[in-house]
Design a protein. Structure first.
Length: 231
């Protein structure tokens, strides 16, 4: 990457102090120079085919029990200043609240039908009024789209995740590294298809937050999601 890209990229510099702290707690008998080595990988705006290619390339390292992976991503950035104002007006009342599903979503009964509930929405314009009382509020729509994307990730299908992003435009910042790892996990499972038949590396979601609850079109929010997977 050129110096400008390097200076603007901030994900790794945000993660390194936290990773260092966790390593210091896990290896209190070691000097920092003896901590396990870190291998940073920066993923740009890649195509679906590139994500699959690099997923296959990285699959042996994902399968190696000596390795731990950290994938960095915010979730939805909603608002005019982000160029994303997608709104779903017909979210069913039966759609569960995300907090009720955590921790360890999707173990609590979330199914792929959730994914289909958030397609067919529209982008609000600056002149649009916010929803009236009794209608689906913007922050509820954001949560529904986020939940559907979480469900898509939990399916383990790289195609399902990328298709939903295409249909909703959800601004998941780390969608490309997520896609690379999902493609890699698919390759690992394909390689181990002759084993016990159980899919490995299923993502379990443990926390969901938004910076604020959007009420009007001129408001904005950023969503945050935490998940883990074990091979």
């Amino acid at each position: 990457m050129d110096p400008t890209v390097d200076e603007e990229e901030h994900s790794l510099e945000m993660h390194l102090p936290y990773i260092h702290k966790m390593l210091s707690l896990a290896h209190q008998d070691l000097k920092p120079s003896q901590y396990p080595p870190l291998v940073p990988i920066m993923v740009g705006s890649t195509s679906v085919s590139t994500e699959r290619a690099f997923g296959a390339l990285l699959a042996p390292y994902l399968a190696d029990p000596e390795n731990a992976w950290v994938i960095s991503s915010d979730f939805c950035h909603w608002g005019l200043r982000f160029g994303y104002t997608y709104y779903v007006s017909s979210v069913p009342s039966s759609l569960p609240d995300i907090s009720s599903l955590l921790p360890l979503l999707p173990k609590n009964g979330l199914d792929t039908a959730t994914i289909d509930t958030v397609t067919g929405g529209q982008n609000l314009s600056r002149s649009d009024r916010g929803p009236r009382a009794g209608q689906v509020q913007i922050h509820e729509s954001i949560a529904a789209v986020d939940l559907a994307c979480m469900a898509a990730i939990a399916t383990g299908s790289h195609t399902s995740f990328r298709d939903l992003l295409r249909k909703t435009g959800n601004t998941v910042c780390g969608r490309h590294p997520i896609g690379v790892v999902m493609a890699g996990l698919e390759a690992v499972n394909k390689e181990n298809a002759g084993g016990d038949g159980e899919r490995k590396g299923v993502f379990r979601f443990v926390r969901y937050e938004r910076s604020s609850d959007v009420v009007g079109v001129r408001d904005s929010s950023v969503s945050y999601v935490s998940a883990f997977a074990v091979l």
